[in-house]
Write a protein that binds this ligand. Structure first.
Ligand code: TYD
Length: 214
């Protein structure tokens, strides 16, 4: 498996706090004197990502296998399109994405079985660092209650399977040479942020910087 240097991903079930933590990480990097963090996310804001988000709200209704292919197409553009992840990593930026291939293997694996998502994602490089936001699905869904609309995956029995699948995926990513760090996503945000920062700080791109530690 090819590893993409300078690339990290945040993963976890719905409501596990990856979006908030990416925002805090970006701020922490700037405070550290490292402004070259490019934060990004999947599904992307591009045309395929927009179609996916609409489908996640229930319209258009698409077959699970179609959605799996859309996630892969969106990812291909995200990686290799202009100003994409690959180009930025090659230029020496630290790229951190809120979701990537593990989301497809965990979520689409439930709906489509393992084979199709594996096939669709086999050629994408793995990230250098995978942060897994671990949180009991009951607690995660409670956090989502205040949101106006529910997406198709935001149900307890589905989220229980998502968590189990992520846990099963971790040794697989480790065998590919990815550094995997579990974050206690049930901890207060400042504590989770400390855990994230301590993992990210060990990436070679950040070890080059030498300012006082947190
Ligand atoms: P999410 O980051 O949770 O978006 P939001 O913060 O707007 O809720 O992602 C949307 C959903 O997409 C989430 O339920 C996970 C799912 N997803 C997949 O099923 N497969 C994928 O490959 C990706 C990237 C996301």
């Amino acid at each position: 498996m090819q590893i993409l240097p300078n690339f990290a991903v945040l993963e976890g079930g719905d409501g596990s706090g990856t979006t908030t933590q990416l925002r805090l990480l970006k701020r922490r990097c700037v405070e550290y004197g490292f402004p070259l963090l490019y934060d990004t996310y999947e599904p992307t804001g591009g045309p395929i990502g927009k179609l996916i988000r609409a489908a996640l709200q229930g319209e258009p209704r698409l077959r699970a296998e179609t959605l799996a292919r859309l996630f892969a197409a969106d990812r291909h553009e995200h990686l290799y399109g202009p100003e994409g992840i690959a180009e930025r990593c090659a230029r020496g930026a630290l790229v951190v994405s809120d979701r990537y291939t593990p989301s497809s293997l965990a979520y689409q694996g439930i709906d489509c079985g393992d084979e199709l998502p594996r096939l669709l994602n086999a050629s994408f490089p793995a990230p250098e660092l995978l942060l897994f936001f671990d949180l009991a699905p009951q607690a995660a869904l409670k956090r989502l209650e205040s949101r106006p609309r529910r997406e198709v995956y935001e149900y307890l029995d589905f989220q229980i399977q998502v968590r189990d699948r992520y846990k099963a995926l971790i040794p697989q990513y480790e065998a590919w040479g990815v550094r995997v760090v579990s974050i206690d996503a049930g901890a207060p945000p400042e504590e989770a942020a400390r855990q994230v920062w301590s993992a990210v700080k060990k990436m070679p791109i950040l070890e080059l910087f030498n300012t006082p530690s947190y």
